[in-house]
Design a protein around this ligand. Structure first.
Ligand code: ATR
Length: 285
């Protein structure tokens, strides 16, 4: 009896954040659902600061099956969970919650794997033995350092405006690989990096962190975790300096979503057509 009912009722998911109005996640998950014939409903929910536990509790009580969590609630999501994955534990932050049948709440963090898959599978870049410069030391970096270090780069230098925050991340993750930290004035100005990743929030205002040209050469890869319809400020900065491999973070967004979808629906969706679709929709606006 109930199986027929269950089959006809779409499973409910949401992305919770503040702000959330411009989230692409509902579109991404709707596309994944279409591709894999899943009946699911996925909405964007603006949650008040300080109101995460209540919102997620209500959503769960009303039959929700899981949520994605974005800025500024990823640490709250991690704390809310009763079971956590290794990678969420490492990041001490979660972007995916799964409401399990035994009332457990499982937390995972798919941001790092999203970045790594975009770099490796979509952009065909090699991370192993590469010298990486990470710009920023906020939540975005905290989420991706573990999976990035698992790819065995030669080294990662974390540079941040507030040096203490870069140092704290170095201390926390240095058991996983060769990590160092510094301020922008202290970056080695004599050697270019293989991969420079912008994980600062400067792109939102079209700004840049204070960069010197010598951190890159024409063989460097520049990757901006931020994305936009036009070139982001960091991608434009790189291209103006002759970098052929400069990319924004739309692929990472879709890849992290695919990993959440797999956790919830046990299906691996195709990401390439969804990345193209969103790129096209952004260009039309
Ligand atoms: P997120 O969770 O998106 O990483 P965050 O935790 O607020 O957001 O971190 C924002 C990052 O962008 C930080 O590394 C921040 O540097 P500080 O730690 O010194 O604040 C960095 N950032 C923001 N504005 C910046 C600017 N104008 N120049 C350089 N770095 C900047």
């Amino acid at each position: 009896m109930s199986s027929l009912f269950d089959f006809e009722t779409p499973s409910k998911y949401a992305v919770m954040g503040n702000p959330i109005a411009h989230s692409k996640s509902p579109l991404i998950h709707a596309e994944f659902a279409k591709q894999t014939n899943q009946r699911m409903q996925y909405t964007a929910m603006q949650v008040d600061i300080g109101g995460f536990d209540q919102s997620v509790g209500n959503f769960q009580a009303n039959g929700g099956a899981g949520v994605n969590v974005t800025v500024p609630f990823k640490q709250d999501a991690y704390r809310y969970a009763t079971r956590v994955s290794e990678r969420a534990k490492l990041a001490a932050a979660a972007n995916t919650l799964v409401f399990e049948s035994n009332n457990e709440v499982y937390a995972d963090n798919t941001d790092g794997v999203g970045l790594v898959r975009d770099l490796k599978n979509n952009l065909h870049l090699n991370i192993k033995q590469k010298k990486i410069l990470m710009l920023g030391a906020g939540g975005a970096v905290q989420g991706v350092l573990g999976p990035l270090l698992a790819e065995k780069p030669l080294s990662i230098v974390i540079v941040n405006r507030t040096i203490d925050k870069a140092y704290m991340l170095k201390q926390r993750f240095q058991h996983l690989g060769k990590l160092s930290s510094c301020g922008y004035e202290e970056i080695d100005k004599h050697e270019a990096y293989d991969i420079v990743i912008n994980a600062t929030s400067t792109g939102i205002d079209g700004q840049l962190p204070p960069l010197v040209d010598t951190i890159i050469n024409s063989d460097s890869v520049c990757y901006d975790m931020f994305y936009a319809a036009q070139d982001t400020a960091f991608v434009a900065w790189a291209k103006e300096r002759g970098v052929a491999h400069a990319y924004d973070g739309l692929g990472m967004l879709v890849e992290q979503a695919a990993e959440s979808f797999l956790l919830w629906r046990k299906q691996t969706p195709q990401t390439a057509p969804v990345i193209s679709l969103i790129r096209q929709k952004m260009a039309e606006k």
